[in-house]
Design a protein around this ligand. Structure first.
Ligand code: PEP
Ligand code: MG
Length: 557
């Protein structure tokens, strides 16, 4: 038995047969068809391949749900568009290109056009590449790109996953996820946690795992065991079916209430969060209503969308985050004008300086939705850096009758100066994904920096502690965590020990976090926090806390 090590990003243990992601479809050679070739047959093969791909994608879209169904339906519609096949046919007949090469070149023209248009259109180029690769694979007898469907449950092993691939993961058949690349707060990790799929990223040697071998993945420890003992495989299978549910309220072993909340993006995910028993919503990412839209949604449309989420949590707390545009979430109607460092640019609340009207309309819509709903509506701004920004935001909220304004603490300066930010803002919510990115100067999407990009870094935990101290000095303001760290069952008691009063996470993580807190007294949470703060690096902090918290192992985490 050998064990590969990586970065744990989604807890849980699962054993199963490895299925590897197919290799990227290589660019077909520039070869021409031999003189005298049957051009009609060559053209017909392109049409037939496009039809097979379209039918397969529509079939998969029909069986998928939610985001996966949408992603697949968009790709299928693109494969069904005759323009690509027509241009490829012309290249076969006029230039004598092979069918695979003709499809490749025809797609390249479309990709360049889309990328030239920029913004949302440029993102469509990825779909064209996907369609291109599927048709070329069909023409040349290769495995189609994307998550395989072997007809049984499996452990997916990949170099990294594209967003379109992660969106199609099925938690029923994907037992666990192992990637050679990827960071702890990358979209792959966030989605794996949202789906409750155990996952380990940045695994050295993952490329050696072969189709058909059995592995045991531990998403809490970050290990992948090759050829595990049959008893360990059986124990993991048993646990998988015993999904830990959550109901009621989060408490430490000595009865201190720690609010366990959910992160949502729309009405659908809010309904799922309510079904999972979340006490409320700690982060409503409103930008998902705006993404991919050429224009800002009207106040009426925004009001209806917010209202849907508020209604799913009648009588409970819903923290609505105002638009977090810029950097990795560009919006066509808030152009960033050629920034060279978008993560350090005009993003989050900063966009409100040049476009105050967009924030005003959003606050108007939130206020209108809140008036007709029963939920307790809190509103917070992303990427707040200074006390003045916090004060101005609180004033704008007040002008709209929103009485619980808050700030996200995602910038180290905000953590260190929390006391002043919380003079007017009523609460803080730590966005540990960005806070880690900025504290460690490590792009959160970059797999090569996975060891830096974790909230287990003692420097990040010190910023969490500083925020809690500032909040106490400002008059016992509540401090939540809504970054991915909140859903890590080993880190959750540490955050509580540092002074955090609520944790907001993917609904699938609620049961595990509740179980760990229920087994840990608040005094022990403080001891664990001291252990983590005193460690010399992230690896040592995680190891020290796990060693001092054997309950994690007993809970299978
Ligand atoms: C964060 O940065 O931790 C956060 C919750 O915001 P997002 O992941 O949406 O940037
Ligand atoms: Mg953030």
């Amino acid at each position: 038995m050998t064990t590969l090590n990586g970065v744990p990003v989604s807890p849980g243990r699962a054993a199963g047969v490895v299925v590897t992601m197919p290799a990227a479809v290589p660019e077909p050679p520039l070869a021409r068809l031999p003189v005298g070739s049957d051009l009609d047959a060559a053209v017909a093969s392109i049409d037939a391949a496009a039809q097979v791909v379209t039918a397969d994608l529509f079939d998969r879209a029909g069986r998928a749900t939610g985001t996966a169904a949408d992603v697949l339906a968009v790709t299928a519609a693109m494969a069904a568009d005759p323009t690509l096949a027509a241009d490829a046919a012309r290249r076969v007949r006029v230039d004598g290109e092979t069918p695979a090469r003709a499809v490749w070149d025809a797609a390249q023209t479309v990709i360049e056009q889309l990328e030239g248009l920029g913004g949302h259109m440029a993102e469509r180029a990825r779909d064209v590449r996907d369609v291109r690769d599927r048709i070329v694979a069909e023409l040349t007898g290769q495995r189609p790109p994307g998550v395989p469907e072997p007809g049984h449950a499996f452990v997916l092993v990949a170099h990294d996953l594209a967003p379109a691939d992660t969106a199609t993961l099925d938690p029923e058949t994907t037992l666990a996820l192992v990637t050679e690349s990827g960071g702890p707060t990358s979209h792959t990790a966030i989605l794996a946690r949202a789906l409750g799929i155990p996952a380990v990223v940045a695994v050295a040697g993952a490329g050696e795992l072969a189709d058909g071998e059995t592995v045991l993945v531990d998403g809490g420890r970050g290990t992948v065991e090759r050829d595990p003992a049959p008893e360990a495989v059986a124990a993991a299978a048993e646990r998988r079916h015993a999904h830990r549910s959550f109901e009621g309220e989060g408490h430490t072993a000595d009865g201190v209430h720690v609010e366990l909340l959910a992160n949502v993006a729309d009405t659908g995910s809010a309904a799922a969060a309510a079904a999972a028993g979340a006490e409320g919503i700690g982060l409503f990412r409103t930008e998902f209503l705006f993404l991919g839209r050429p224009e800002e949604p009207s106040v009426a449309e925004q009001t209806a969308a917010y209202r849907g989420v508020l209604d799913a949590f009648a009588g409970r707390k819903v923290v609505v985050r105002t638009l977090d545009a810029g950097a990795d979430k560009p919006l066509p109607f808030l152009p960033a004008d050629g920034e060279r460092n978008p993560a350090l640019g005009v993003r989050g609340l900063r966009t409100a300086v040049a476009h105050p009207d967009v924030l005003e309309r959003q606050l108007e819509a939130i206020s209108a939705a809140a008036r007709g709903a029963d939920a307790q509506v809190w509103v917070m701004a992303p990427m707040v850096s200074t006390p003045d920004e916090a004060t101005r935001f609180a004033e704008r909220c007040a002008a709209h009758g929103l009485t619980q304004p808050g700030v996200m603490v995602e910038v180290p300066a905000a953590a260190l100066e929390a006391r002043w930010l919380l003079e007017r803002a009523m609460f803080a919510s730590l966005g540990t994904n960005d806070l880690t990115q900025y504290a460690m100067a490590a792009d959160r999407e970059l797999g090569a920096l996975a060891e830096l990009s974790t909230a287990w870094q003692p420097a990040v935990l010190r910023l969490v502690a500083a925020t809690c101290e500032g909040a106490r000095a400002a008059g016992e303001r509540p401090v939540g965590v809504c970054g991915e760290a909140a859903g890590d069952p080993a880190l959750a008691p540490v955050l509580v020990g540092l002074g955090v009063t609520s944790l907001s996470m993917a609904p699938a993580a609620l049961g595990d976090v509740a179980a760990v807190l229920a087994a840990t007294s608040s005094a022990r949470c403080r001891e664990l926090a001291a252990l983590a703060l005193g460690a010399r690096d992230a690896w040592a902090a995680r190891k020290a806390v796990r060693a001092a918290l054997p309950e994690l192992e007993e809970l299978g985490l």
